[in-house]
Write a protein that binds this ligand. Structure first.
Ligand code: URA
Length: 408
């Protein structure tokens, strides 16, 4: 086999056999294929796509490049959830304790944020002492003991995806749905859960911008799940506006805790309830209506909130350590009108520039900074109304944040 022939085949829209994909991708992992060659193949895939069979084969190659977490020692159905990423997306912090409170095991490996989207692990690390790197033994013990665990992804799971994702990030090859689908599903399947819910973000602040692409991605995600005998549900949700009111690490943990304390009338809380209900419905094999009733019950009676505190304590975090910077910049409206939208991407980028996110993977982040949105979409705005509050530390700049508020 020859890598140039494989690249040419994909460039000419031919089907690649599993052995050819394996030769190219595993060759890259084993440093036998150069990064410029695999980059050319990734670009050809981006432009010409992959068949269902190729996508499933690539997923298998990613999975087989590392270990598969064995959760079989934990009784019952184990569920997992993944979001394709967005601004202000702290749903895992709410959903995992809800699902565990309903009696379904939730084993979650999460990531760190890069660019304008945040990562669950960074959010949890705003709680001092919270241990995010767990050994397999610790992961399984916690899952068995309290019904949930959230840990950073070990390097042994799907290492090929990690290496390819880093390359996609710098070669303009992220936005391809066969590549996104195989990347997501390989990590989920290697993490060992039996049933999976994917929160597929669609909109200006998401990877996927059209309904058509979202539906194509949904279809292939479900097909990959089925081919590995993992029931998979995909919920397409909007990411035109930031999710919830708070963007930034400590701020997002605080907002998640508000929902867990039973404040469930916000669009963000409603999304958490929808995702959690799907997980409970799958985990217990019960209809959605019944699952939703259980979810609302554990939110209203504070069981989910106490489960979250238990998770923090088990992973050695001190919940009282959560801190927001005491330096604020208030941003007020220069005009009257209706708030038609809030540009999620711009809010995410400015939050990152304030220090809440990282531009390169080696940047350190400031957990105390971020943005609180003081107005919601469709609110009436009067000149001088408070639009948002920036919590700042080292970088004291409002950037062009007013442009994120579309007032007409
Ligand atoms: N999330 C992933 O894990 N992989 C992708 O390719 C895109 C989003």
């Amino acid at each position: 086999m020859n890598i140039v022939d494989i690249i040419n085949k994909k460039r000419l829209r031919h089907h690649l056999a599993k052995e050819e994909l394996e030769y190219a991708f595993m060759g890259y992992l084993n440093e036998k294929i150069e990064s410029y060659q695999i980059s050319a193949l990734l670009m050809a895939i981006c432009i010409n796509g992959m068949t269902e069979e190729e996508t499933i084969n690539l997923t298998k190659i990613f999975i087989d490049s590392g270990d598969i977490l064995d959760l079989s020692s934990i009784p019952g159905i184990k569920v997992d959830k993944h979001s394709t990423g967005g601004v202000g997306d702290k749903t895992t912090l709410v959903i995992a304790p809800i699902v565990a409170s309903c009696g379904v095991y939730m084993a979650k490996m999460s990531g760190r944020g890069l660019g304008y989207t945040g990562g669950t692990i960074d959010k949890l690390e705003s709680i001092k002492g919270f241990k995010t790197a767990l050994s397999e033994e610790e992961f399984l013990k916690e899952l068995r003991d309290i019904g949930l665990v959230i840990s950073s992804q070990t390097t042994s799971l799907a290492p090929l995806d990690k290496k390819i994702y880093a390359l996609r990030d710098v070669t303009g090859t992220v936005e391809s749905y066969p590549l996104i689908a195989s990347s997501i599903m390989s990590k989920k399947i290697a993490s060992g859960a039996d049933k999976i819910v994917i929160d597929l973000k669609l909109g200006k602040g998401a990877l996927i911008h059209t309904k058509e692409d979202a539906n194509k991605l949904k279809e292939i995600l479900i097909k990959i799940g089925n081919s590995f005998k993992k029931e998979t549900r995909v919920i397409i949700t909007s990411m035109d506006n930031p999710l919830g009111n708070n963007v930034g690490n400590s701020l997002e943990v605080i907002e998640a805790m508000e929902v867990l304390k039973g404040n469930i009338d916000t669009p963000f809380a409603k999304l958490c309830i929808e995702l959690a209900s799907n997980l409970v419905s799958m985990g217990k094999n019960i209809p959605m209506m019944e699952a939703e009733q259980e979810v609302i019950k554990v939110l209203k009676n504070n069981q989910a909130y106490h489960k979250f505190l238990k998770l923090v304590e088990y992973q050695q975090g001190d919940i009282n350590s959560l801190k927001i910077s005491d330096q604020k910049i208030e941003i007020r409206s220069a005009k009257n009108g209706i708030l038609k939208g809030i540009d999620a991407k711009l809010i995410g980028e400015i939050s990152m520039k304030l220090g809440a996110g990282r531009l390169t993977k080696d940047d350190t982040i400031d957990h105390e900074v971020g943005i609180v949105l003081n107005k919601q979409v469709n609110d009436k705005i009067v000149e001088n109304d408070l639009l948002c509050t920036l919590y700042v530390n080292k970088v004291k700049d409002e950037f062009n944040i007013r442009e994120a508020f579309i007032i007409e």
